[in-house]
Design a protein around this ligand. Structure first.
Ligand code: NDP
Length: 476
């Protein structure tokens, strides 16, 4: 028998994805550049409907046409290497699927290049880590729609199912690089969520002086309400864990404060600059990781640069303050998603995609790292108004933002007074204030630009398409 589906790359993601597909009743061909990983899979899963191959030629031959082949290899050069080996062996109509964390512009280029040879190319975001790949990831495919239809039954079976309505967490995102774009923004949002949670932890710890145990209980409590999400849940769990190497300290106190990254947050921020849309919460989260990496410099600076001389005054009962921090976190999370979806809207214009925003929120409800109860509210917002400009213009989000703004102002002010950095929380409230400002000081900016560079300006009393230049130097 020939395989229904093929997977290249038997590292943790590819292996688990292959097992996930197999578990739905399919026969899966598997291949890895170096033999040992394939041997290992077969040693552990000899009872499964897997067809191992040790040359790429045998691998291709073992799959039924039109072939559906998913690449789960190291993104970048790895993906190109595998594609180049596969191209001469494939037939018109075959479908290559790249499930790696690929930069969307690479996917656009590969899609165009392969289309010339009649081979379909689907770039798909895969979120949820190794467990997601095995049990049900969130999938964000983009490419040729007709080709996706041939992959859809499998993707819908292997994807995570939302707890709300059992719907699979997969939807066709759009042409060429649309899926990888959506995954990129998803990853940026993930950076933002993590940083915002980390900042609230920092305030509770270093301003309120709460213990790790107390914070574990607080996050557990928060997870029962509006903040209900995977990241809050694991944060609560992390804070209960003790050091596994012998000390009696919480494990968080033994982990070095250097935040690593694989570059996807940077891509997201970089493209926000490109499509000219503010995405400050996520970008501050990226910067927060960068400054955290400068540990040696920070240690040196901490010895010579002073924080505020006066200690902040705290109320006797910290409960009210903890509630304010919770509200600040939810407020900031909403700003971050408002920015993320705004970025998708701008990108859609720039790259010619037609996103179904409600569906995008829908497929993040399960399987992925940012899964959270509140994604349902985003879906509802776009269901009500598919052409919604910004999440903040939806009643639910507008009401929360208006209600929680006092809390976020108090919390950010307190942190600033105490000298505890809150870059993402501050960015959130600043975005809110900018977005709701009927008038910004860009009038003065335009005057400056016109003064030194004759860049012209528009007037409040004339149509936008008319340009004016002021005679700044007329009197000599
Ligand atoms: P890695 O990203 O560590 O990649 C290792 C795999 O790539 C191995 O199978 C390796 O083969 C293969 N490979 C690397 N270079 C080449 C090459 N030049 N030619 C052929 N094969 C090559 O594996 P992961 O399983 O962690 O991830 C796979 C993909 O999924 C990546 O793109 C990753 O970004 C993405 N991803 C990962 C997630 C995660 O949580 N880990 C989540 C979502 C997506 P060999 O064994 O021969 O070295």
């Amino acid at each position: 028998t020939q395989a229904d589906f093929g997977v290249v790359g038997m590292a943790v993601m590819g292996r688990n994805l292959a097992l996930n597909v197999e578990s739905r009743g399919y026969t899966v061909a598997i291949f890895n550049r170096s033999r040992s990983k394939t041997d290992d899979v077969m040693a552990k899963h000899s009872d499964k409907k897997l067809i191992p191959s040790f040359t790429i030629e045998d691998f291709v031959k073992s799959i039924a046409k039109p072939r559906r082949i998913m690449l789960m290899v190291k993104a970048g050069a790895g993906t190109d290497a595998v594609i180049n080996e596969l191209i001469p062996l494939l037939d018109k109509g075959d479908i290559l699927i790249d499930g790696g964390n690929t930069f969307f512009k690479d996917t656009i280029a590969r899609n165009a290049r392969l289309a010339d040879s009649g081979i379909n190319f689907i770039g798909t975001g895969v979120s949820g880590g190794e467990l997601g790949a095995l049990k049900g990831p969130s999938l964000m495919p983009g490419g040729q729609k007709e080709a996706y239809e041939l992959v859809r039954p499998i993707f819908e079976q292997i994807a995570a199912k939302a707890t709300q309505d059992g719907k699979p967490c997969v939807t066709f995102c759009g042409e060429n690089g649309a899926g990888h774009y959506v995954k990129m923004v998803h990853n940026g949002i993930e950076y933002g969520d993590e940083e915002l949670i980390d900042e609230t932890y920092n305030i509770m710890r270093n301003v309120l002086g709460l213990s790790v145990d107390e914070m574990a209980d607080i996050f557990k409590e928060w997870n029962k309400g509006e903040l209900d999400s995977y990241l809050i849940e694991i944060t609560a769990d992390i804070l209960t864990r003790k050091d596994d190497l012998g000390s009696d300290k919480p494990i968080v106190d033994m982990i070095l404060d250097r935040g690593n990254n694989k570059g996807t947050g940077r891509w997201s921020s970089g493209d926000a600059l490109e499509v000219q849309v503010p995405q400050s919460v996520i970008t501050e989260a990226v910067y927060a990781r960068y400054i955290s990496m400068m540990k040696d410099e920070r240690v040196a600076a901490s010895k010579v640069l002073n924080g505020p001389a006066k200690k902040v005054e705290l109320p006797e009962d910290k409960k009210e303050l903890v509630e304010k921090i919770r509200q600040a976190l939810y407020f900031a999370k909403i700003m971050s998603y408002a920015q993320g979806f705004e970025q998708l809207r701008f990108a859609a214009k720039q790259y010619n995609w037609d996103f179904d925003y409600g569906k995008l929120a829908q497929i993040w409800r399960a399987g992925c790292i940012i899964r959270a109860g509140f994604l349902q509210n985003i879906t509802d917002a776009y269901d009500k108004k598919p052409d919604l400009t910004n999440l903040l213009m939806d009643d639910y989000f507008k009401d929360i933002a208006n209600k929680y703004q006092e809390a976020v102002r108090d919390v950010v002010a307190l942190a600033v007074k105490a000298g505890v950095p809150v870059p993402a929380l501050s960015a959130a409230v600043i975005y809110f204030d900018s977005y709701r400002s009927e008038v910004l000081p860009a009038n003065l900016l335009q005057a400056q630009r016109d003064y030194f560079g004759a860049h012209t300006y528009q007037r409040v009393d004339k149509p936008f398409d008319q340009a004016f230049h002021y005679p700044w130097y007329a009197e000599g």
